[in-house]
Design a protein around this ligand. Structure first.
Ligand code: SPD
Length: 279
């Protein structure tokens, strides 16, 4: 019997019993693959759970679909991070998508996902997907002035070590420069309950860069507190005023996201509105 604990803060954590733990050391981090009783296989980077077979859909569907249905015609997508392939899998459910660029710093994450998480990584070899093994921040610097993408999805790990820069104002500015005029950025922005400062900092920096910003939340049981936030932003799309046509929600084959969920997505709890008002 093996137990794994992710320490959410110094006072609280999540402990999972595993049948087996595999350890892989990459150039950037320690990668663990846990074979657990409750969550199925679990991918852990430097001690932090990134994805689990049981609840990956809850996170990836909510990160990806709101932005893709909000955009009138998303064709070219960039995903930064997300080497497990979960966001690619969800993005390719939209029939307009012609090209997905995935920029992941650590090739070993992709190799591990393909070996141990075949369902989550199932679309990484799709011909519409081009993989770049690069630092996301540097990748954007090279494409900054190209008005290249319709939607940019920041599927990062937490704002520590290599990922810290992916939560800073300068990074969001580079992302905006790489978007087409009516482009949309969406980012995972941490737990508003246990990671209040990370959350507020990310929202504050996104708000500085874009005219329209909305926070929404969802449940991800394996992430700190189980309540997770996402921030969607654009210069030209006011998310509170648009009403995507019903066909944009068809054939997505989702288990969490739906047209009904989307229609009330931005009605977030009062205590989270208060946190946002403080940034
Ligand atoms: N605390 C973990 C947050 C991780 C968010 N991103 C995970 C990447 C999965 N595709």
């Amino acid at each position: 019997m093996v137990w794994f604990t992710e320490y959410w803060t110094e006072n609280i954590g999540l402990t999972i019993r595993a049948k087996e733990i595999k350890r892989i050391k990459s150039k950037y981090q320690e990668i663990l693959v846990l074979d657990t009783y409750e969550f199925g296989k679990v991918l852990v980077l430097d001690g932090l759970i990134q994805t689990t077979e049981k609840d990956e859909f809850m996170y990836h569907e909510l990160l990806v679909h709101p932005a893709l249905v909000s955009h009138p015609n998303p064709q070219k997508i960039l995903i930064i991070g997300g080497g497990d392939g979960g966001s690619v899998k969800e993005a390719l459910k939209h029939k307009h998508i012609q090209e997905v660029h995935l920029c992941e710093i650590d090739e070993e994450v992709i190799i591990t996902a393909e070996k141990y998480f075949p369902q989550i990584s199932s679309k990484l070899k799709d011909p519409r997907v081009k993989i770049f093994i690069e630092d996301g921040n540097k990748f954007l610097e090279e494409r900054e002035s190209q008005n290249h993408y319709d939607v940019i999805i920041i599927d990062s790990s937490d704002p520590i070590s290599e990922s810290k820069v992916l939560f800073q104002e300068q990074f969001y500015q580079k992302a905006k420069n790489a978007l087409k005029e009516n482009g949309i950025l969406v980012a995972q922005t941490e737990s508003p309950i246990l990671q209040e400062e990370y959350f507020k900092n990310a929202v504050k920096n996104i708000k500085k860069v874009f005219n329209h910003t909305q926070v929404y939340i969802g449940s991800v049981p394996s992430y700190p507190s189980g309540t997770w936030s996402y921030t969607i932003a654009s210069d030209h799309i006011d998310f509170t005023k648009i009403n995507p046509p019903p066909d944009r929600f068809e054939d997505l084959n989702t288990k969490y996201f739906s047209d009904k969920l989307y229609s009330c997505l931005f009605n977030i709890p009062e205590f989270i509105k208060k946190l946002i008002s403080e940034v």
